[in-house]
Ligand binder design. Structure first.
Ligand code: SF4
Length: 534
């Protein structure tokens, strides 16, 4: 007989395994209380949450959107995203039992809340950015912008391009033709020998069914191709209608490109958007403007990588008081590779309104304006044929057939000249760019494991991304400020709301004890200087 001594748990028959009060399930500084305080400080009706402004009505009352939002915030912070898992956790997780006051919504209710409130979730995310701005946690002068691919709820094989559809149709045609030939052979063989039993071989009936199935697939592929032609789109997705094949650095995935503008001070996401284009070109101004509006900044410095370089976007930024730093795209360097002078070798002289070529000759503006393929209006500067004919550098400058050299200048080229001058001393800023903006994506993808969306379609995906961004910001702010300070600041917001509604006295009398506990540190915080919050 062995004689082991181990630690032993409590008896399962013991009557009081858990504290009697739900309030005692979580400690006084458990972060779940911060979620509770934050959601209570939100004006859910104003943010657009469904049922938030519901009065007393007949029938079964719905769940309070505040409770469901708390459930989702807790879930996304703790890497529990699926509605079925959230349903299970709400029944067995003591923190969630406390947060939800023992409410146990079913998975359909939970899933519907995320689907129906995508706009309100975006608004709640924006509301948190306003709060962090109020708390002085954003610098509001420098933001970095970048995009990151997230998998959608779709397989690569479910997304078709015109080329793929055309190939599929061609392949199906071949198969149908082959089966057609088999049918003809069958008919010929049957006519030759009516008495022969063919039960063991591929009967005409089987082949007919297979051909019908192939014809149905062909019809579907053709209708998809027609839809693509009509819409002018380049891809069509059969499962998630808005997911697209996105390619970068030789890798392709089916999903979305999430754009984020991140503030320099504490790497908080201040603006974000979900798009389905692989390219970041065309996103710079929209993201920079969204960040500027969210921060209510007078002037904003924006850092982005060369994937965002676009003269039209730089101009739009400048027009809106946004100073952009984007490394210029080098182009394909075709002329340099041929050993010929590129545009960089020609210098512009503003006083003479002329370009000076490497041989020292001047190129003067031609008559009229020209529109290039990207829609830019340009002025063309041409060299003199007589000078080029005798130039020693002709072979390095002109192509074999050309008689003069033409340099195009955008009508707003001064925007690019200012940008080029800025970029000369922006080495340190550009090094900071990746450290700022890659922090949230790295945290969400590597720490939380959020590399894919669980929902389909732009609206729902944007709602889910808002939850991810809100949870990233929320966790980060909690880490920066600490629990007590954060809850006290939120309590201040709640108190001012109650005061504004004229119900402060009454509501505070019935508020839970924990809320009153957090009001006290707020009064201490009034002496607290904002800059030291960081
Ligand atoms: S070929 Fe004409 S434009 Fe080119 S370097 Fe010579 S003179 Fe200048």
């Amino acid at each position: 007989m062995t004689n082991h001594a181990f630690k032993t748990g409590e008896s399962r028959d013991q009557a009081s395994l858990l504290p009697a009060r739900i309030e005692d399930y979580v400690g006084p500084d458990n972060p779940v209380r911060a979620i509770d305080s934050f959601v209570r400080a939100l004006d859910l009706a104003k943010l657009g949450f469904r049922h938030a402004d519901r009065g007393v009505e007949v029938g079964q009352p719905p769940y309070d959107p505040a409770d469901l939002l708390k459930l989702y915030l807790y879930g996304y912070i703790n890497q529990i995203r699926s509605s079925r898992r959230l349903e299970r956790e709400a029944c067995r997780n003591l923190e969630l039992i406390w947060l939800m006051k023992n409410l146990r919504p079913g998975y359909r209710t939970i899933a519907n809340f995320r689907k129906e409130n995508w706009k309100a979730l975006k608004a709640a995310n924006r509301s948190f950015v306003l709060l962090v701005r109020e708390l002085g946690l954003v610098g509001g002068t420098i933001v970095a912008i970048d995009g990151s691919f997230f998998h959608g709820d779709a397989r690569k094989a479910s997304i078709f391009t015109r080329k793929r559809l055309a190939e599929q149709i061609a392949k199906l045609d071949q198969e149908i033709e082959a089966y057609g030939r088999s049918l003809e052979d069958n008919d010929a063989a049957e006519a030759k020998d009516q008495s022969k039993d063919r039960a063991g071989g591929p009967g005409g009936g089987d082949i007919g069914a297979k051909v019908a199935a192939l014809m149905a697939r062909r019809l579907r592929a053709q209708s998809d191709l027609d839809r693509l032609e009509e819409s002018g789109e380049t891809q069509l997705s059969r499962t998630d209608p808005d997911a697209r094949l996105l390619s970068k650095s030789g890798q392709t995935l089916a999903g979305y490109n999430v754009q984020a503008a991140v503030d320099d001070k504490h790497k908080l996401i201040v603006a974000s958007e979900v798009v389905n284009d692989s390219s970041d070109v065309g996103q710079l101004h929209a993201m920079a403007k969204a960040a500027k509006d969210a921060l209510e900044a007078e002037a904003l410095h924006v850092l982005a990588d060369e994937g965002y370089y676009s003269s039209l976007e730089l101009k739009a930024c400048e027009d809106d008081g946004i100073v952009a730093y984007v490394p210029p795209s080098e182009g394909n360097g075709k002329l340099e590779k041929q050993g010929r002078f590129s545009r960089k070798d020609f210098s512009y002289e503003a006083t003479a309104d002329a370009y000076r070529c490497p041989a020292g000759a001047s190129l003067y503006p031609m008559k009229g304006r020209f529109q290039n393929t990207s829609g830019r209006i340009e002025i063309r500067y041409a060299s003199r044929k007589a000078i080029c004919d005798t130039c020693q550098l002709r072979a390095r400058c002109l192509s074999r057939k050309a008689t003069t050299r033409i340099i195009s200048r955008w009508e707003h080229e001064d925007v690019l000249e200012r940008h080029r001058a800025r970029m000369q001393g922006a080495g340190e800023l550009m090094r900071r760019r990746s450290a700022i903006v890659e922090h949230p994506f790295g945290t969400l993808k590597c720490r939380a494991g959020y590399r894919h969306f669980l929902v389909r379609g732009f609206n729902k995906v944007r709602g889910e991304w808002s939850l991810m961004a809100l949870c990233y910001n929320f966790t980060r702010v909690l880490n920066i400020m600490g629990f007590e300070r954060f809850v006290a600041c939120v309590a201040k917001v709640l108190l001012s709301r109650l005061r504004a509604s004229g119900a402060a006295t009454v509501r505070l009398q019935i508020a839970p004890q924990r809320f009153l506990v957090h009001i006290t540190p707020w009064f201490a915080l009034r002496r607290y200087q904002r800059p030291s919050l960081a």
